[in-house]
Design a protein around this ligand. Structure first.
Ligand SMILES: Cc1ncc(C[n+]2csc(CCOP(=O)(O)OP(=O)(O)O)c2C)c(N)n1
Ligand SMILES: [Mg+2]
Length: 434
């Protein structure tokens, strides 16, 4: 079977047909439960395990898995590699950057260099890299509070992200946002949101503006795509459903990327969701839904991402992608991570996405160990530099404290002289104690 014959994202009709499973071609139905759910089902408390009358008991696994397609491609890998050498090195560098940046963050957090909650992305790199490395500068990324690595993948310099974490004036939000509020107009990163689900309508709005510019304002070259990243827990939030509806209705150029790491703080996905297969919500709204199964594999994510981003860019509408992933650390750096089963953690630790990519690179002679070590060293130096830069950068001026916080009738914002009104030393008089 060729990729094109089986690939789920080319099967808009198929995905829609999944609403009435009887119309789904048998070749597209997996006969076994996807390993993702299978590997975790034993964790389900006895009272919640599927009983004959439970709505999930007859859940058919209509996951249109990309893994089969990728397997087919792998079979002829000698003539049909999934990536070129350059792509392999780019993916590797981005994943190592994400991982090492977060490890450095942990060190700096425990040294007291950062304030507030800090949520790290270790283990989930295949998703950020697999998707974002296929985007253009003009494309938009909307993240969550686990946003450092999405920002780095989109090209926000490590210096600016680190400095933002240190609360310094040279940070990408001039030190005013901190860990959960990365933003970069230059790189089209629209946040960073502390409230779960908040970014999804923002992303939907960004996708709407792309379509509006193209079709109403006749900017023919505006084929920009928006990627909305969020977690499994967030997919139970109402904003998600409203946005799926609007995106499908208006055929918006957006990909909803659910990073299903199985946990929402200490709540297991299987305990919190009536149907754990989030991808199925796509077809319910008339858009393709895809579940990327397998071992947190950047190449599988990338295959799906290519199709979904391509669909959006061609004006064919949104896609919902559910990516299997796992976080290697606690929910935040303040979380002792005592709730997750050590066996589950060990299971996923053995499927490290960076190790898997390395293996692929070596097996296909795309690069030598020495070349990858050179990349590791380059990233180490880059991060040393980012920390030094952040440490030496000044704190924001006090006058910035209330800037962009309120739309105040007294006139926050820029005055006629082009300066921020709040730079007037008397400006905050009577409004706050600074
Ligand atoms: C609107 C809102 N409700 C509750 C919270 C508290 N909260 C913070 S993180 C989180 C869990 C989100 O889990 P998930 O979407 O799976 O993302 P993950 O942390 O796994 O990346 C919750 C409920 C919040 N931040 N915002
Ligand atoms: Mg989660």
């Amino acid at each position: 079977m060729s990729l094109s014959a089986t690939h789920p994202l080319q099967l808009n009709n198929t995905a829609i047909a999944a609403r009435s499973n009887d119309k789904l071609p048998s070749s597209l139905l997996l006969t076994k439960t996807p390993s993702f759910l299978g590997s975790t089902r034993k964790l389900r408390p006895a009272s919640l395990s599927a009983k004959p009358n439970h709505p999930n008991a007859h859940r058919r696994s209509a996951v249109v898995s990309v893994s089969e397609a990728v397997k087919e491609k792998k079979a002829s890998a000698s003539t049909n590699l999934l990536i070129t050498r350059e792509e392999g090195l780019e993916l590797y560098e981005d994943m190592v950057l994400g991982r090492s940046f977060e490890d450095m963050c942990a060190q700096m957090y425990y040294r007291g260099k950062m304030f507030g909650f800090v949520h790290l992305y270790n283990g989930q790199e295949a998703v950020s890299t697999g998707f974002i490395k296929l985007t253009k500068q003009e494309d938009t990324v909307v993240s969550t509070y686990r946003d450092h690595v999405h920002s780095l993948s989109k090209g926000v310099p490590a210096r600016e992200v680190m400095s933002e974490l240190f609360g310094k004036a040279t940070g990408c939000c001039r030190g005013q946002g901190g860990s959960m509020h990365m933003f970069s107009r230059d790189h089209n990163v629209l946040g960073g949101f502390a409230f779960i689900g908040e970014g999804i309508p923002v992303a939907t709005g960004a996708a709407f503006s792309s379509r509006y510019r193209r079709e109403v304002l006749k900017q023919a070259d505006c084929d920009h795509v928006t990627l909305a990243f969020f977690g499994d827990g967030t997919a139970n939030n109402g904003q998600f459903f409203e946005c799926l509806n609007m995106a499908a209705l208006w055929k918006l150029p957006i990909v909803f990327v659910v990073e299903n790491n199985l946990w929402a703080i200490g709540m297991s996905h299987l305990r919190a969701t009536s149907d754990p297969e989030i991808w199925k919500k796509g077809p319910a709204f008339g858009m393709p839904g895809v579940h990327v199964d397998g071992r947190m594999d950047v190449l599988k994510v990338r295959e799906v991402a290519k199709e979904a981003i391509g669909r959006a860019r061609r004006g064919e509408g949104p896609t919902l992608v559910e990516c299997e992933t796992y976080r290697f650390r606690g929910h935040s750096l303040a979380d002792p991570d005592e709730l997750r089963d050590p066996a589950e953690k060990a299971h996923y630790a053995a499927r490290d996405p960076i190790t898997a990519l390395k293996k692929y690179i070596f097996e296909h002679n795309l690069a030598s160990e020495q070349e990858l070590k050179t990349i590791d060293k380059k990233i180490d130096e880059l991060l040393e530099d980012a920390v030094e830069f952040a440490d030496e950068s000044p704190l924001p001026p006090r006058s910035q404290l209330l800037e962009n916080v309120f739309a105040d009738p007294k006139g926050f914002g820029i005055g006629p002289d082009g300066r921020y009104r709040c730079e007037d030393p008397k400006f905050t008089q009577g409004t706050a104690k600074v």
